[in-house]
Design a protein around this ligand. Structure first.
Ligand code: MN
Length: 276
């Protein structure tokens, strides 16, 4: 079995997005550009309402998927079709924007900690104009499995015979939240050529002879398995997905294959027919 190592390492870049939400851009920054099929990864973590209260008012998406996973706090989303949902601690929303979603994502708290992630996952050309789809998953529908030093929340993909609730995604993702209760190691097989990364959201994680320190992302080499070592109290996201190997043309919240398709998306949005 070939074991994955860290091939690239960087820490997140502090920035703002939405109507003024302070966040750390981990993937999709000048220091770590997109890693196919992952376009972006943000972490928002603050107990200062000024950092998050403005939220993400109405904005469009086309051509990819947005994945929101919350550790603490609460967010409401509402879209142009009038559908509405709430995410609380431990919830995940896997939104397939397809040909178009216009929505808002707003914190539902005026104080306290808001802590979570948004991952952008690309869609293959054949699915970019598909119907929009939500998978809104409450925390009690996320299976957990023990390993000798802690537990794993299985959000997508299979581990120890249990399968995460997110399904039907083109890039065949694995999305695991690994939480160490004591010092030890966690290991799992991964599909050989899936792009994989580890984000250390609490404590430092060691992979091979390299440390991914808290707030850093380690992009993994190809391989059939990965082993993560950490101390009790640590937490990491382990995410993997099948690369698409297609051209990517991105203009903000529109991610297509060609410049012409981006121009079409902008025209459609301006004419009020992005979601038609
Ligand atoms: Mn959005």
């Amino acid at each position: 079995m070939s074991t994955r190592t860290i091939s690239r390492l960087t820490k997140g870049m502090p920035t703002q997005d939405g109507a003024g939400v302070s966040l750390s851009r981990i993937i999709g920054s000048p220091y770590m550009q997109r890693v196919d099929p992952f376009l972006m990864l943000d972490e928002f973590k603050s107990d200062d309402p000024n950092d998050y209260i403005a939220g993400f008012p109405s904005h469009p998406h086309r051509g990819f998927e947005t994945v929101t996973y919350l550790i603490e706090g609460s967010v409401r989303h509402r879209d142009h079709m009038g559908s509405e949902g709430y995410l609380g601690p431990g919830s995940i929303q896997w939104m397939t924007a397809g040909r178009g979603i216009i929505h808002e994502e707003m914190p539902q708290q005026e104080n306290g900690m808001l802590w979570g992630f948004q991952l952008w996952v690309n869609l293959p050309a054949k699915d970019k104009m598909t119907d929009p789809r939500y998978q809104d998953i409450p925390p009690d529908q996320v299976p957990e499995t023990d390993f000798p030093a802690g537990l794993v929340r299985i959000l997508a993909g299979e581990l120890n015979g249990k399968t995460g609730p997110v399904s039907g995604v083109a890039t065949e993702p694995r999305f695991f939240d690994i939480r160490w209760e004591e010092t030890g190691s966690f290991e799992t097989p991964l599909p050989l050529n899936h792009t994989g990364f580890v984000y250390a959201y609490k404590g430092d994680i060691t992979i091979g002879d390299k440390a991914v320190r808290m707030g850093e992302v380690g992009i993994l080499s190809a391989g059939e398995q990965v082993q993560l070592q950490a101390e009790g109290g640590s937490g990491a996201l382990l995410v993997a997905g099948k690369p698409l190997n297609e051209p990517v043309v991105q203009y903000g919240p529109f991610v297509m294959n060609t410049v012409e398709e981006i121009e079409q998306a902008i025209q459609d949005f301006q004419a009020g027919r992005l979601t038609a």
